[in-house]
Design a protein. Structure first.
Length: 306
């Protein structure tokens, strides 16, 4: 498999279904939303006999994009699919924390941070609050709030909350590929509003995307793994099924077949391999240890994308 490879970047709401990244990827990368366009793109490359790598363009909040992409790949007839590999997602929640911390490090300390992203399902939105809490916990800004560009609270409400909490300046910190629009003035006095971003620079985006493609091709070559099996389970623990009452440990079972690796995801910075990259949380008994691991991993992400 030394010949040219076709790359498909499949996008969800974090990338405005492709509009946010199409202008910055390398020429020749197909940028599509999931569903029919992805199906057609895979089939077209397959009919031309091209090796194809599909990369889910999530920053970690949308594991359903990974699972839905895997289902689309599986639906393409084998004769039309050719050699198609599902790569690990572009990013994980751990990467997102690191990238946000790096961006926050370029914002003056006297500014409040308003972490913003397009709204998803309730669990994706809750994940953004968790991510923002880690940015605050391991950062230097005392005020870090959350708002959604198309949800509740919206950006105007988020800016108002920052003002009520004493902020003299607010910086919108995008936790997505798409940049938020700075709201126009409202009827209340409010602090000046700046916008950081993009979260991942164009050169860094192209570099991480290339890493995902290289890792996926190596995994196929060395292990015969097309990534679809792991991708299908990416969203299994996303939602009510993965919650624990207070005081309970990590009590649900993880089953593995003979010789299987422990392949539910613990996230890694760019360049470190893992079967798939959705975040994996644990109960209170291990929370303290994982907070420190989160900080260490986020530091590695910051260094690797600086």
């Amino acid at each position: 498999m030394a010949g040219p490879v076709a790359v498909i970047a499949v996008c969800g709401h974090e990338a405005a279904y492709g509009r946010a990244i199409a202008p910055v990827v390398d020429d020749g990368v197909s940028v599509v939303p999931n569903g029919r366009e992805l199906f057609r793109s895979i089939a077209e490359h397959g009919r031309r006999g091209e090796e194809t790598v599909v990369v889910p363009m999530t920053l970690g909040r949308d594991p359903a994009l990974v699972a839905d992409t895997a289902r689309t790949l599986r639906a393409v007839p084998a004769a039309e699919r050719g050699t198609t590999v599902l790569a690990e997602p572009f990013g994980t929640a751990q990467h997102l924390v690191g990238w946000l911390r790096a961006a926050a490090g370029r914002v003056p300390e006297d500014s409040a941070l308003l972490v913003t992203a397009p709204s998803g399902d309730p669990f994706e939105d809750a994940e953004l609050y968790r991510v923002a809490a880690l940015v605050r916990r391991y950062g230097r800004h005392p005020l870090v709030e959350v708002a959604f560009s198309d949800g509740d609270p919206d950006l105007t409400a988020g800016i108002r909350r920052c003002r009520l909490l004493g902020a003299r300046r607010v910086t919108l910190l995008p936790a997505a590929f798409v940049l938020p629009e700075v709201p126009g003035p409202d009827r209340t006095e409010r602090p000046p509003v700046d916008r950081a971003g993009p979260l991942v620079s164009a050169p860094a985006l192209r570099r991480v995307l290339a890493e995902r493609v290289t890792d996926a091709r190596r995994r196929l070559r060395e292990h015969g793994d097309d990534g679809v099996g792991a991708g299908l389970t990416a969203a299994d623990n996303h939602g009510h099924s993965h919650t624990h009452p207070p005081g309970e440990g990590h009590g649900h079972a993880h089953t593995h077949g003979p010789g299987d690796a422990h392949n539910h995801a613990h996230t890694h910075p760019p360049g470190e391999g893992h079967p798939h990259g959705h975040p994996h949380d644990h109960g209170p008994a291990t929370a303290h240890r994982h907070h420190h691991q989160s900080a260490d991993a986020a530091d590695r992400v910051i260094r690797s994308t600086a």
